[in-house]
Design a protein around this ligand. Structure first.
Ligand code: HEC
Length: 124
């Protein structure tokens, strides 16, 4: 009986708090080779278009993530952490909470962005 209670309580706990994690959508892209230079304009910028970030982040009061404008936004708003790419706001905010909970990256997209930052975050 005690065991059954433990199982039920555990299940309830999982139901109550188990869903509160950062959801990462399944990978569809090719693996990222950290030694292969990532192009900001060809590989990073299109992520913000494909993940609908530009619906809101189009420069109308909010910083822009549109192609051609995103790099300046990242710099002006200090959204990059060159020492610890995974700690960059451009990485941690999507999928986090509130209005960003529904806007996130796939694991592969996140890896493309962090690798590009690790490679020096060039406007290339
Ligand atoms: C529904 C509109 C909307 C969408 C879609 C959206 N954002 Fe945002 N975002 C906001 C608003 C509003 C703010 C400012 C208020 C806040 O921080 O929540 C913001 C803030 C941010 C910040 C923090 C800026 C700072 O200085 O702290 C980052 C980074 C960000 N968004 C990235 C993204 C990315 C990347 C995507 C796509 C995966 C995205 N957002 C999609 C509305 C949106």
């Amino acid at each position: 009986m005690k065991a059954l209670q433990t199982v039920i309580v555990s299940l309830l706990l999982v139901l109550a708090i188990g869903c509160d994690y950062k959801y990462i959508t399944p990978d569809t892209g090719a693996p990222v080779d950290p030694d292969d230079p990532i192009s900001f304009s060809a590989e990073v910028e299109p992520i913000w278009t494909s993940q609908s970030c530009v619906n809101c982040h189009s420069g109308n009061g909010l910083f822009s993530l549109k192609q051609g404008e995103a790099y300046q936004s990242l710099i002006d708003n200090s959204l990059l952490d060159l020492e610890n790419s995974a700690n960059s706001k451009i990485v941690t905010v999507p999928g986090s909470s509130g209005l960003h909970s529904g806007y996130t990256y796939s694991g592969n997209q996140e890896l493309i962005i962090t690798t590009w930052i690790d490679q020096g975050a060039e406007d290339n």
